[in-house]
Design a protein around this ligand. Structure first.
Ligand SMILES: Cc1ncc(COP(=O)(O)O)c(C=O)c1O
Length: 459
């Protein structure tokens, strides 16, 4: 494979601990077989999430020292607003403490009546939860290619346009509160959405006077995939692509802990200042803090302003999506099935196919994550039926369309040698795949259960 030029060098290092297999067996049992309950210092390579785990640049650290901590109207706020307005072309930009804070503010404004539906290419779990908490009903509407992990297709994150139309017609437009486009589509493997698909979705939203919202956590990786894969975009910059893409929507929510490479932060953007903005401001002041800091310190706002630009840098993005492609190529060598092609921020292993002896309600994605930790101290997580909360009406478990184990790659943190360890460890697990045990939940909360449930192995 062609080498990946890493467009940075390392100036500061953090030691990581190497544990023995015996120690790890004890540690995961003591954590009730839930990797979220492990101490991070007992993890060798942490692929639990790419959220807030990136390495900031020297320019971001320098900006933090210059952060303006004024309660209202600070310099760092204006730096962030100017940068974000220029990138996204939206009139109103609201900082918030992270992505779910933007969701918490937006969905009570959008969902006007209990029971109204919000339709997405696929909801991320916090977005799904906030639609529900606002009284809405979240429905996923991803294109069929997104659910076939063995199929190689360029834009597997797309909205299924025909089903979107049919769902609005079936429900009646008054029963729909809005449409959400998640970029990249995290839950189906960090798969991108094409510009053509966004345009078609926007046309439906306009025709029905429905607001179109971008869940924009990985907007820059999505733009880079469009540049690489969609006809007519090879010569456009990721900034131009981003501007066009956001031009089709009305609102965006963003976790800035991903593509803006900060450890904390989020944004909410509204294209036209008039509608929704007064309600957004009231909810932000009540829940997050005054509008010019939105739950962040001035130094966080300053780091975010710099990170938004760095996240769009094309040599960085080539390295970034190159890393997951490299890991996927190594997994091919050891026969591990995954959602093809590799996503932008992660490789999603198809644990349902790797562990066919485990039924969905023994959580193959979770079982593989535990096994990978025991093998090499690598922490990952289930994106499958364990992640799905119970049906709020029937209380029954819900089956996910695919049973994934997600290897999320933090930004600018791990080297190619770390990626080699991950592939080799999975190769070892593959040799004993038929012995991997399933899991049962012994206690769980009502919502977002995968974070705090306790489990035990079956048999
Ligand atoms: C697509 C997507 N939307 C929203 C969120 C929520 O963001 P945060 O974790 O900053 O609250 C995430 C986080 O992983 C995400 O991946």
């Amino acid at each position: 494979m062609k080498y990946i030029p890493e467009p940075f060098k390392i100036k500061m290092v953090e030691p990581i601990k190497v544990t023995t297999e015996e120690e790890r067996r004890g540690l995961i049992a003591a954590a009730d077989y839930n990797a979220f309950s492990l101490k991070a210092e007992d993890v060798y390579i942490d692929l639990l999430t790419d959220s807030g785990t990136g390495a900031m640049s020297d320019a971001q650290w320098a900006a933090m020292l210059m952060g303006d901590e004024s309660y209202s109207g600070g310099r760092s706020y204006y730096q962030l607003i100017d940068t974000a307005k220029e990138i996204f072309g939206y009139e109103y930009i609201q900082p918030v403490h992270q992505g779910r804070a933007a969701e918490k503010v937006l969905f009570p404004v959008l969902v006007e009546r209990p029971g109204q539906t919000v339709i997405a290419n696929t909801f991320f779990d916090t977005t799904r939860a906030h639609v529900g908490l606002a009284g809405g009903r979240p429905i996923d509407c991803v294109c069929p290619e997104g659910l076939d992990s063995a199929l190689d297709a360029p834009f597997k994150g797309n909205m299924d346009i025909a089903t979107l139309e049919a769902t609005i017609a079936d429900l009646g437009v008054d029963n729909v509160a809005g449409i959400v486009m998640t970029i990249t589509n995290n839950s189906v493997g960090g798969q991108p959405v094409s510009m053509a698909n966004m345009r078609a979705t926007a046309e439906i939203a306009r025709r029905h006077h429905l607001p179109l919202v971008i869940d924009a956590a990985r907007f820059a990786e999505n733009a880079f995939f469009i540049k690489q894969r969609e006809e007519g975009y090879a010569d456009k910059s990721t900034r131009e692509i981003t501007r066009e893409f956001f031009g089709y929507a009305d609102i965006f929510t963003m976790s800035a802990k991903k593509d803006a490479i900060t450890n904390m932060g989020g944004l909410l953007g509204v294209k036209e200042e008039g509608e929704h903005v007064p309600d957004v401001k009231s909810l932000v002041i009540a829940g997050e803090g005054y509008v010019t800091y939105g739950g962040l310190s001035g130094r966080d706002l300053a780091a975010l302003a710099v990170g938004l630009g760095e996240g769009l840098d094309e040599s960085y993005l080539a390295y970034r999506v190159g890393q997951s492609a490299y890991l996927a190529a190594r997994l091919d060598e050891v026969g591990i099935p995954y959602q093809r092609p590799a996503g932008g921020h992660a490789v999603f292993i198809d644990a349902g196919r790797l562990l066919p002896h485990l039924p969905w309600n023994q959580y193959p994605g979770h079982a593989l994550a535990v096994e990978l930790y025991v093998e090499a101290g690598i922490r990952s997580c289930d994106i499958g039926s364990f992640l799905m909360d119970r049906d709020p009406e029937t209380g029954l478990e819900q089956r996910a369309p695919l049973e994934f184990t997600r290897l999320a790659i933090p930004r600018r943190v791990y080297t190619q040698a770390h990626l080699d360890v991950i592939a080799e460890a999975l190769g070892e697990v593959n040799k004993r795949a038929d012995e991997v045990k399933g899991y049962q939940i012994i206690s769980e909360p009502k919502v977002l259960r995968h974070f705090t449930s306790k489990l035990r192995p079956i048999g």
